[in-house]
Design a protein around this ligand. Sequence first.
Ligand SMILES: CC(C)(COP(=O)(O)OP(=O)(O)OC[C@H]1O[C@@H](n2cnc3c(N)ncnc32)[C@H](O)[C@@H]1OP(=O)(O)O)[C@@H](O)C(=O)NCCC(=O)NCCS
Length: 130
Amino acid sequence: MSYKPNDSQPSGELVIQVVAMPADTNANGDIFGGWLVSHMDMGAGVAGRRRANSRVVTVAIETLTFLKPVSIGDTVCYYANLLRVGRTSMHFKMEAWTLSLQDERAKKVAEGIFVFVAIDESGKPKPVDR
Ligand SMILES: CC(C)(COP(=O)(O)OP(=O)(O)OC[C@H]1O[C@@H](n2cnc3c(N)ncnc32)[C@H](O)[C@@H]1OP(=O)(O)O)[C@@H](O)C(=O)NCCC(=O)NCCS
C-alpha cells in the first residue's frame, strides 16, 4: 500500500480525540511530547487490534517527528493509516492534528510510524489475515 504525504488535511482513520490539559505540560508550558507519543501508540493499538482482530503489542516506533508545539486547550486528533501488513506485523503511519478555538485550521503537530505485532494468549506473534 502506498502512502502519499498530505500536510493540508489528515490522512487515515480518526482513532482518538482528546483535549490537552494543564497537567500534560512540560517545563516550557507546552504539551509534553511523551503525552502525544502515548496517544499515538494507543491510537495505533486501537487500529491494530481492529485490523488483526486480536491482542497486539508495539514492537517498534520507526520514526517520530514533532512538527509544532501543542497548547493547553487544543483538541488533539489522532489518525491511523495502515501502510503495510506483514506476516504478524502491521505498520501504521500515525498523525496528530490539533484544533483550537482561536484558529479554525487544523494543524499537523506530530507524525510517526508505529509497528504492531498480533499476539496470541501466551504473547507469541500470530499471523494477521492479509
Ligand atoms: C513483539 C514481540 C511479541 C515479537 O516477538 P519476536 O519473537 O521478536 O517475534 P518475531 O521475531 O517473529 O517478529 C514478529 C514480527 O515483528 C517484526 N519485528 C520484530 N522486531 C521489529 C523491529 N525492531 N522493528 C520492526 N518490526 C519488527 C518482525 O519483522 C515480524 O514481522 P512479520 O511477522 O510481519 O514478518 C516481542 O518482541 C515482545 O513481546 N516485545 C515486547 C512488546 C511490548 O511489551 N510492547 C509494549 C512496549 S511498553
